[in-house]
Design a protein around this ligand. Sequence first.
Ligand code: NAD
Length: 496
Amino acid sequence: MDRKTQGRTDMTEHGTTPVAARSLVAGRWVDDGSWAERQGPFTGTVVSRALVGDAAMVEEALAYASGGARVVRSLTPARRADVLERASALADERREDLARLLALELGKPMKDSRGEIVRVADTFAICALEARQMGGEVLGAEGWERGRGTTALTYRAPVGVVVAITPFNAPANLLAHKLGASFAAGNTTIVKPPPQAPAASTAVVELLLDAGMPAEAVQVLHGGADVGSALVSSPVVGAVSFTGSAGAGAAVARAAGPKRLVLELGGNAATIVCEDADLDLAAANCARTGFSNSGQSCISVQRIYAHRSVFADFVERLVDAVGTLRVGDPLDEATDVGSMVDVAAAERVVSWVEEARRGGAQVPVGGVRHGATVEPTVVAGPEPDARVVVEEVFGALVAVLPYDDFDAVLTTCNESRYGLQAGLFTNDLRRVFRAWRELEVGGLVVNGSSNYRLDHVAFGGVKDSGIGRESPRWMIEDYTTVRTLLLRDVSLWSDT
Ligand code: NAD
């Protein structure tokens, strides 16, 4: 690894000089090639440039990864865990620096950006713990007559080469999950970061290298769908870990063909507010978690179903709570809602609001944009088939709809093509269990909105929201295969 050249330059002057994010191929930060500029959505100025991968770099990276896999798998789990623990400490040390990159490249407010980096530190620590616990099983081979005199052992063997493709909305923590778990499992990883956050993504990789991750364990190729697609289709690759939209996930699955695939895709998460709910708690929670990162989270509160008897009251409290959110410069410490990822995304949200309004919905707050910033928007009573209900909004918009019957609203929630996570405000334990049984989702949050995630807890979707569970313990299962050892004429129970 050429230590003199780092992945990025100009780390001290983010505000004035674009940060250069290089690709990392075969242990070398690459300078020569074509550069793609990233315009900060709030400032409208170029904040970073990424050295984009081409076909030759993809080929070189894949060839290097095959050798790299052998190096990484020979490291003891203790050694991998040490690296990950140091990376966790470095993420804490570099929190401000990393958070500023997220704010600049994405318009994510410093509050949310810092929160993401706190989670990066947690995620690396969790990966370290999982690495230390890697082991196997002694199977009950002699429980069946044909197994008499045989001992069967298993362990989880690394798949070798993992490709990790990340989306723009949480580029640091999702990269930490994928790369951290892949390394914990003993693999080498090729990272394809989102084009909107090349500098923040490169900074996370640098952090791991500074923590002692060997050069053989990671490579980075910036670029778009073409680079990602070329990587996942290679037979060298043992597992693909993809987070992004449902459409791109389907394209990745087609390109990857029959190999291990983890897909973490979109959602239009529902949260139910029952008549017995604490309305102030529900309103404050939905306002905060519906608009954090301008609603650009796969589990952001999008559809709120409030019981008709409390609907008007809830909408009023929600609108009041939304009114307390400060909209503004992502670098301003007081800002709660910054900009969306780009002007086109903001325009899409505003046009969907207009469509819902034309269909008869009320818009008591928001519905306008300034550049890439969408004012936090509440759409009350849209048609059930409005796009703000049916599609993934992925923006600063929350739709509230009334319901009459609890069982019927569970069915309504399930009428989505997505099924990632749901929220439920109630103190009725029977309803909690009914919802847990009936809702077609990967997870249910009670007395919280859909938008709550712990990095050590199983997380993922069903239906078009994906396949797999993204949390280090479960990811390590995806990034390894069970390898069995059968010992003949050796018995745990007697001399044969
Ligand atoms: P996106 O699908 O546009 O891009 C995601 C990544 O995939 C990017 O790195 C992109 O360059 C790459 N990509 C796109 N097409 C590809 C292809 N055909 N082959 C290979 N790579 C390809 O998504 P986005 O706009 O960056 O992110 C937002 C989406 O991600 C939303 O739908 C959101 O719900 C989803 N998301 C899901 C989760 C989850 O855990 N389920 C978490 C975060 C975001």
